[in-house]
Design a protein around this ligand. Structure first.
Ligand code: PHE
Length: 447
């Protein structure tokens, strides 16, 4: 007899786990630095447009494909495509990107561990901005500690993965995300009260239209995919565990809304403080790790808040890495018939090799460049800006055009039991707006 697949126990568990996947370093670390590079308000504006027009329909597409098939990503396409079609090959791009993301993501998650301990030990107290900049550089170029934390992080991820879906993921997500939210608000308030903070608010909310260039579009689209966990089939895999009565469109909108709120609050922490001490917003991946410690040291009870913050950031990172690992694990167990334990081990092993390389790309092998970028930057940019949107095109076309129409309708309306006033709009976006929009951004970039 075939073993029943596990399902998420509750509707709130579904939302919590998907939100747990979405919210992570993408919001708190990646959003501010991408927004900083791409002109602040202009970026935020384009970002929100992309989330609504491309993000939500794509979440729905992945949900539909996952729940209609109830299997791993490769199996999902095999099951839903018409006889003789070969769309399932695209799932390998998704699996590959999930492993690439896991590799570099674990490096940054490792940084959060370093910073948790540094805060706890009081090493991040009372310095100037320059001190914190130096701390970051010394740490990341030091090779040994970044590698150690990457490995430790991946081992922890492995231990949770081995325990399977329900107890691991659901419980963790239910608690961490609200806690992080509270702490973010505390810091946003603290940052907004710094002298000169107004310039930061303006930078984030007052779009300078002359700054809207092709690279702003590409960056914003990549950020939306990354932050919403789109285009790697995480959401296909998660939706394969959803119960029948989960309202997909509403869940998708909640995820997109919450995720965007977290990113904006992270921006409200970083930019006011940044402008308050005259730093450049264009520092890239190191931005948050240089600015935050300074904000903490300016907040009363800063050491406690900083420790709690970095620890929570580590925890929400792990709910995201679990979700990206689940893609290859579902694939290894269901297609290659591996045990969950072996599949988790393989996933961890691959990520460890590339994760260590990414960690070293700030120090030892910083001169090794792929297309002019360090390994870390290459993994980060290629996955978010190209591989994820590429898969996104196919996921939306597949759900909108290629899948059985009745199945699509049944999934979106829960077999007609939900009245979705936006049904047509969602399907329209799946069919036209999302794929054409993504292609448009690619071509705009090329031209
Ligand atoms: N969305 C996650 C974040 O913002 C990252 C992620 C990407 C998770 C892809 C799963 C798949 O941190």
């Amino acid at each position: 007899m075939k073993k029943q697949r596990a399902l998420f126990a509750t509707k709130i568990g579904v939302i919590a786990a998907s939100v747990g996947s979405a919210i992570g370093l993408g919001n708190i670390w990646r959003f501010p630095f991408e927004a900083g590079i791409h002109g602040g308000g202009a970026f935020l504006l384009v970002y929100i447009i992309v989330v609504v027009l491309i993000g939500i329909p794509l979440i729905c597409s992945e949900f539909v494909i996952g729940r209609a098939s109830r299997t791993n990503v490769l199996g999902a396409f095999r099951k839903l495509q018409k006889n003789g079609q070969r769309w399932h090959w695209i799932s390998f791009v998704g699996i590959l990107s999930s492993l690439m993301i896991l590799s570099f993501y674990s490096v940054v998650a490792g940084w959060t561990l370093e910073y948790t301990f540094a805060s706890l030990l009081g090493n991040l107290q009372g310095g100037t901005v320059e001190d914190y900049q130096e701390y970051f550089t010394t740490f990341t170029t030091g090779n040994l500690r970044p590698v150690m934390w990457t490995v430790i992080f991946l081992l922890m991820n492995y231990l949770i993965l081995r325990r399977g879906l329900k107890d691991g993921i659901e419980k963790l997500s239910n608690i961490m995300t609200p806690m992080l939210f509270v702490i973010l608000i505390v810091f946003a308030v603290s940052s907004l009260m710094m002298p000169g903070a107004k310039a930061g608010i303006e930078f984030l909310f007052n779009p300078d239209f002359s700054k809207i260039t092709p690279s702003v579009f590409l960056g914003a689209m990549g950020q939306a995919f990354f932050s919403l966990s789109l285009g790697v089939s995480t959401l296909i895999t998660y939706a394969s565990y959803f119960q029948k009565d989960v309202p997909l469109v509403r869940t998708a909108s909640i995820i997109a809304g919450l995720d965007t709120i977290f990113a904006v609050i992270a921006g409200l922490i970083i930019f006011p403080a940044l402008f308050s001490f005259n730093m450049e917003p264009t520092a890239g991946p190191k931005l948050v790790f240089e600015v935050l410690p300074y904000i903490f040291s300016q907040t009363s009870g800063g050491q406690f808040w900083a420790t709690a913050f970095f620890f929570l950031l580590f925890l929400v990172s792990i709910t995201s890495t679990i979700s990206m690992s689940e893609i290859s694990i579902a694939f290894f167990t269901e297609e290659w018939k591996m045990s969950r334990e072996k599949a988790s081990l393989l996933n961890t092993g691959i990520a460890m090799v590339f994760g260590v390389l990414c960690a070293l790309s700030f120090g030892l092998i910083s001169d090794f460049k792929i297309l002019g970028q360090t390994i870390f930057d290459f993994f980060n940019n290629t996955t978010a800006n190209y591989m994820m949107p590429f898969c996104g095109i196919f996921f939306s076309i597949f759900a909108g055009w290629l899948m059985d129409k009745k199945l699509l309708r049944d999934q979106l309306t829960n077999e007609g039991s939900l009245k979705i006033y936006t049904y047509r709009a969602i399907v329209f976006c799946m069919r036209y707006v999302a794929p054409i929009g993504i292609l448009g951004v690619f071509f705009y970039q090329l031209a």
